[in-house]
Design a protein. Structure first.
Length: 160
């Protein structure tokens, strides 16, 4: 195959792929979410590989697990967790109350949105913290389940 025909072929495949993706996303019953963060509302919520109770069960998610909705379909949401794993969950199992999960070995939570401010506490990797606000650039205001609150750098947590 000549180089020019190979380039033309790749160009055509990309155009067709983009076109088909556009058609899929505009199909009735499918909606792309605006990358919204939610949390799992209840303990022991089953995550599926497809939007159906008859689909294969992938894993069980615990309460307050932060998830990002990437697709919204008739009572179901396709979500991504902090590891990047994708799964389907019934929308009724999601809460609008937001949480973040620590993604570094030890995150530092400060009294104010300043690395030089007083250290309130530290949280280990995979600890879930309640998201309170993101009003300071580069920082997230969080609260530990024990009640301590403060600011953590956005690059130390996922879900904000």
């Amino acid at each position: 195959m000549k180089k020019s025909s190979l380039i033309d072929s790749c160009w055509l495949k990309n155009k067709v792929g983009i076109f088909l993706t556009g058609i899929f996303l505009q199909s009735p019953g499918y909606a792309v979410a605006e990358m919204e963060f939610f949390s799992i509302a209840d303990s022991a919520v089953v995550m599926y590989d497809a939007p159906s109770l008859k689909a294969d069960k992938l894993f069980v998610a615990d309460r307050h697990l932060p998830v990002e909705v990437v697709v919204d379909v008739d009572g179901w949401a396709k979500v991504r967790d902090s590891s990047g794993s994708l799964a389907w969950v019934e929308k009724k199992a999601l809460s609008q109350q937001r949480f973040v999960v620590v993604t570094v070995p030890l995150a530092s939570i400060h009294k104010s949105a300043d690395a030089n401010s007083e250290l309130v506490f530290q949280a280990e990797e995979n600890i879930v913290l309640e998201w309170l606000d993101s009003d300071s650039k580069g920082w997230v205001k969080v609260r530990h389940s024990g009640g301590q609150a403060g600011y953590v750098k956005v690059n130390q947590v996922w879900g904000s």
